[in-house]
Design a protein around this ligand. Structure first.
Ligand SMILES: [Zn+2]
Length: 145
């Protein structure tokens, strides 16, 4: 079994032609893993939502706290859903051979940026709103590996 991490694999191929088949395969595998991970987290947040029962509130203060918790979990769930969508879009870009090139200007996004944000579809300079959200969220959610 290949024990190298995603970053090590990309590092090994950094002198390849940009977005070579080998690089794309590593990004694709990484995105598939991330997608599974985000879906799992989204489901966990959904069950957390379901487990919050307003009838458990004993008084008004308790109720207010539960509502606050509910909003927090909902925001987290939405954030994860957005990330998951970014990953799906990146996987589509691999299929359509647009991956690694900025959607706005068509220039190479660059391996360095893709290493930290494998689902980036734009340059840092050409960030879309969606990507800004994703970037902000990944600051809060640690991605393993
Ligand atoms: Zn650009």
């Amino acid at each position: 079994m290949d024990k190298k991490t995603f970053l090590e694999k990309i590092e090994d191929l950094k002198n390849d032609e940009y977005m070579s088949d080998a690089q794309l395969e590593i990004f694709r595998a990484r995105l598939v893993t991330l997608h599974a991970e985000f879906e799992e987290r989204r489901k966990a947040k959904e069950s957390e939502m379901m487990s919050i029962n307003m009838r458990d509130a004993s008084d008004e203060a308790d109720r207010a706290q539960l509502i606050e918790l509910q909003n927090l979990v909902l925001r987290e769930k939405d954030g994860i859903s957005n990330l998951s969508k970014c990953v799906v879009n990146a996987l589509k870009a691999i299929t359509s051979e647009d991956y690694g090139f900025c959607l706005q200007c068509g220039e190479e996004i660059g391996l360095e940026r893709l290493k930290t944000s494998p689902f980036a579809l734009n340059h840092a300079e050409c960030l879309s709103d969606l990507d800004t959200t994703a970037k902000k969220l990944t600051g809060n959610i640690r991605i393993a590996g």
